[in-house]
Design a protein around this ligand. Structure first.
Ligand code: ZN
Length: 504
């Protein structure tokens, strides 16, 4: 059996999940479901990064004790992911005991091997980003170079623990030259390789006198920096070191936004090399969701037009499925993607309501009305086989190349093709020719079952709803063996959206 391990980054629970986090998580869920459906043994993990000082400060500001706060936030994240049909195998929290033990083990091991050492540090520090900035990056006004932050920097003079990142420059370059397919998309690969070529400097991996986080095991004045702690979740979550599920680790896919690719493609692989572990199989960076004017949509700028929490907790399932579809469908995966409610409505109406939804509704209604709800397989198919195998091939190759918009094209093409067959064969004129009508409707319903299976990774709720209407309980059913299908009931899959008001 083939194994695959799919991860999202762990999210800071100092604010609610927003559309950007939902985007990453929906992509990961799509891939996890896609591979599960194709008989891979999949392990899909997401979770929360709870050891950040930002999380602690947020709890303080809210006058809630930190453990209570992070518990509440973990429940909120889980609730939102459940509503979005995110089917993870594990929800990791970095305050979990096993994770803390693994981080301590990793820190000790790196120290013993000489990859972590103590040294004096003097330089600029952003408390909000928990990041040290080198002189070259800091301009005269001494504000944080992170454009999302831009808060005043403070000067820090203290002894600190450093990770010997510089030791991995050549090894990393060699690895990426030999395995260029590791990083997607190619533009990010180029960015990472030229970043490494500019020279890697050792990085600080501890903070002194911080109240929250995992302590350096042999020097309790220091807390382990959140990035070492956070990145380690990818192996602590699958049992490293004592119960390490290596069969998953051998085929690991990390999915993330492009803003954190350097941590994943430079620091993390160096830590793994230092631990003598395999590097990730794929490091997949998506672009940002932007406004139609190409402004990044971010929680800090209050631009979450979808108001994700409200949307996901209060809207009907067909709209939530519509959002999953829209996020995969729009733009070119890997690039920045402009999104808007207007565009969401357009895509939803034309591709889901008026195409897939309408197809299923028409075929089921005609079968109920003119064939007493039952169709039989009595003769060979005439058109579906011409299209179905090609659709599967196109769909699979585009998914595996991360061309998700193209994958959605394959689905829509198939639904278009079946809708066209209805127009050509005019089943409403065949009410008195039951035999021809039965033949046509059986083939159309067969096509619909085919679509229901294909859309499962992106529209899982809709997939099971279609099959349910046809009395089919098993997604893995082999449609070829069906010789009788009964329409049990009929319910609109995607009601047409008349205005924005239906969405917000
Ligand atoms: Zn900052």
């Amino acid at each position: 059996m083939k194994h695959i391990y799919i991860t999202t980054p762990i999210y800071y629970p100092n604010s609610d999940p927003h559309i950007g986090t939902a985007y990453t998580t929906c992509i990961a869920d799509f891939l996890a479901r896609y591979y599960k459906q194709r008989n891979y043994d999949v392990f899909f993990m997401t979770g929360n990064d709870e050891n950040s000082i930002k999380v602690y400060e947020t709890a303080q500001n809210l006058k809630i004790d930190t453990p209570t706060y992070i518990n509440q936030m973990a429940e909120l994240f889980k609730q939102i992911w459940q509503k979005l049909s995110i089917e993870y195998d594990k929800f990791i929290r970095t305050t979990d005991d096993y994770h803390i033990k693994t981080v301590e083990f990793v820190f000790n091991k790196l120290y013993e091997k000489g990859y972590i050492y103590k040294s004096h540090y003097e330089g600029w520090y952003c408390k909000s980003c928990e990041t040290f900035w080198t002189k070259t990056k800091v301009s005269e006004n001494r504000i944080c170079p992170n454009i999302e932050c831009q808060k005043p920097l403070e000067i820090v003079k203290e002894d600190n623990y450093f990770f010997r990142l510089s030791a991995f420059q050549e090894k990393l370059l060699k690895f990426y030259e030999q395995n260029p397919e590791t990083i997607f998309p190619k533009s990010r690969y180029n960015e990472i390789v030229s970043f490494i070529k500019m020279g890697l400097q050792d990085i600080s991996v501890s903070r002194k006198n911080v109240e929250w986080g995992i302590k350096v095991p042999f020097d309790k004045e220091y807390t382990i920096y959140v990035w070492i702690d956070a990145l380690t979740n990818y192996i602590s979550g699958i049992g490293y070191p004592d119960n390490f599920l290596e069969h998953y680790w051998h085929n690991s896919y990390h999915i993330m936004g492009k803003d954190i690719i350097r941590f994943h493609a430079v620091i993390w692989p160096s830590i793994l090399m230092a631990l003598d572990l395999n590097l990730p199989k794929k490091i997949i960076a998506h672009g940002w969701l932007t406004t139609p004017e190409n402004q990044k949509i971010s929680k800090s700028k209050g631009g979450d037009m979808f108001n994700l929490k409200n949307f996901v907790l209060n809207k009907p399932n067909y709209l939530i499925m519509g959002l999953r579809y829209y996020l995969l469908r729009e733009g070119s995966f890997g690039e920045d993607i402009p999104v808007s409610l207007e565009r969401f409505q357009q895509v939803y109406n034309s591709e889901l309501a008026n195409n897939i939804g309408n197809l299923v509704s028409r075929v089921l209604a005609l079968t109920q009305k003119n064939l007493d709800s039952i169709v039989y397989k009595k003769s060979e198919f005439s058109f579906i086989h011409n299209f179905s195998q090609k659709t599967i091939n196109d769909f699979e190759s585009s998914v595996e190349n991360f061309e998700f918009s193209k994958s959605m094209d394959s689905l829509i093409d198939l639904a278009n093709f079946l809708n066209k067959k209805i127009e050509e064969n005019r089943p409403w004129e065949l009410a008195n020719d039951k035999e021809s009508l039965n033949k046509l409707m059986f083939e159309l319903i067969y096509g619909i079952i085919f679509i229901a299976k294909l859309i499962y990774p992106v529209l899982p709720y809709i997939s099971s709803k279609i099959l349910d209407q046809l009395g089919i309980g098993d997604l893995n059913i082999d449609e070829k063996v069906l010789d009788k299908i009964e329409v049990r009931y009929r319910e609109s899959l995607f009601p047409v959206l008349r205005s924005n008001a239906d969405m917000v």
